[in-house]
Design a protein around this ligand. Structure first.
Ligand SMILES: NC(=O)N[C@@H](CC(=O)O)C(=O)O
Ligand SMILES: [Zn+2]
Ligand SMILES: [Zn+2]
Length: 440
């Protein structure tokens, strides 16, 4: 492959530098680099970030290839600046065996748009009755380290304890969808004054917080890692903050939509805003932003949840829960965190690349992600233009689904290019500008 010389990129938002990519790795970093025969990219004004890592993606394959496939979902990932995604286990069949996780992992390799790290189910068939073959999934070619029944909560405390104990042996983590099922039967939106007015069954904050509190205590008791999926309430933030002050082994994620959108949007009964956990109040949003800024919440994870048109183009009650997220995540984070002064680009690199790779244990080993932008590291990179504004148009999405809540919204920032081990997996437009050194 021809070497690539990225010129004058602001690495993690710092001073402009050149990045030389050769043979899939970062071969040079500094001002005024030259390389005969390299393809050059003028990156003046662009931010260079480590390739983003999503700890929470629904790719829908196998089983719901009408909503998304590994191919289309990872293409959406590349467009969003991601070089690795963790594919949730709530597929059909469920990813609860070494065979299924290896199949998903292999499909990712074949597509080649982003590395796919399968998440293994905690319980057989997501039924919450007995543990799946966690060890076999960990030892499989997919090397699973993250286990989750996401979509459903592992609500049986004894099963949760056993799962936490089991994954300790291979440094795995249980990613919990924190939802007390008895407190959320038939729930349709955030419980509050508005749910009463709209006549929709409420999903109370305490249903999340009760599980977060329990699992933090269980993880402490067992000495094993728990990760909280899509944290959505101020109360959950307070519990995680307290747990971290005590040094307990807990990490947490927030989605882009919970950083931006509130339950007020539900007033029009538009199922685009139907998601689990539900959109909460402005007070919750403020607490989530603050927690992401101060590190109480470790990462942003998209919870990219594609659904076919018929699952969303219907009455609120009948509609599916979930929103697209991969292609818009960075723009929403820029809008809510960077442009508000809460986080700088180095912070964005941490919350969307370094930290998720550490939690998913893909920061070391054969094809590492979330590595520093430094000489000798794999050239997994995203180039971002923060000065642009785009009106979100679902018809241009790489996803097979269209259920974005941002349709028509103006959001800042464009992912101009993404590189996976030096190979461009996305280019917003032709960015290469000829050949460096000598004749062009
Ligand atoms: N977030 C959602 O509303 N839906 C997810 C499941 C989940 O993440 O809990 C899905 O699989 O569609
Ligand atoms: Zn979930
Ligand atoms: Zn999910």
């Amino acid at each position: 492959m021809t070497p690539i010389l990225i010129q004058n990129a602001r690495v993690l938002g710092g001073d402009p530098q050149d990045i030389l990519i050769d043979d899939g790795v970062i071969a040079g970093l500094g001002a005024g680099l030259g390389k005969d025969g390299a393809t050059t990219i003028d990156a003046a004004g662009l931010i260079a970030l480590p390739g983003l890592v999503d700890l929470h993606t629904h790719l829908r394959e196998p089983g719901r290839e009408d909503a998304e496939t590994v191919e289309t979902g990872t293409l959406a990932a590349a467009r969003g600046g991601f070089t690795a995604v963790h594919a949730m286990a709530n597929t059909d069949p469920v990813a609860d065996t070494a065979g299924v996780v290896e199949q998903v992992w292999r499909l990712g390799r074949e597509a080649g748009h982003a590395d796919v790290r399968p998440v293994g189910a905690v319980t057989v068939g997501l039924k919450g009755e007995r543990l799946a073959e966690l060890g076999a999934m960990a030892e499989s070619a997919a090397g699973v380290r993250v286990f989750s029944d996401d979509g459903l909560c592992v609500h049986d405390a004894q099963l949760m304890r056993r799962a936490l104990e089991y994954v300790k042996a291979f440094d795995g983590v249980i990613a919990q969808h924190a939802q007390e099922p008895r407190l959320t039967e038939g729930a349709q939106m955030n419980e509050g004054e508005l749910s009463g007015r709209l006549g929709l069954r409420g999903w109370p904050s305490v249903a999340e917080e009760a599980i977060v509190a329990r699992d933090v205590l269980l993880a402490a008791h067992v000495g094993s890692r728990v990760h909280i999926c899509h944290l959505s309430t101020k109360g959950s933030v307070e519990i995680v903050r307290l747990a971290k002050e005590r040094g307990l082994p807990v990490t947490a994620e927030v989605t882009p939509h919970h950083l931006l959108l509130t339950d007020e949007l539900v007033a029009g009964y538009d199922p685009r805003y139907k998601v689990n956990p539900p959109l909460r109040t402005a007070d919750d949003v403020a607490a989530l932003r603050e927690a992401l800024a101060d590190g109480t919440i470790d990462i942003v994870a998209t919870d990219h949840a594609p659904h076919p048109v018929e699952a969303k183009d219907c009455e609120w009650d009948a509609a599916a829960f979930g929103m697209l997220g991969l292609e818009t995540a960075l723009s929403v984070v820029q809008h809510t965190m960077v442009d508000t002064g809460l986080l700088d680009w180095a912070g964005v690199a941490d919350r969307l690349s370094f930290a998720p790779a550490r939690i998913g244990r893909c920061d070391t080993g054969g094809v590492p992600h979330g590595r520093p932008v430094a000489v000798g590291e794999p050239a997994n990179l995203a180039l971002v233009d923060p000065s642009t504004t785009t009106t979100i148009d679902p018809s241009t999405s790489a996803s097979l689904s269209r259920n974005t809540p941002y349709e028509g919204m103006k959001l800042p920032g464009t992912v101009v290019a993404t590189f996976l081990r030096g190979r461009p997996t996305h280019q917003a437009h032709q960015i290469t500008g000829g050949t460096a050194g000598g004749n062009t």
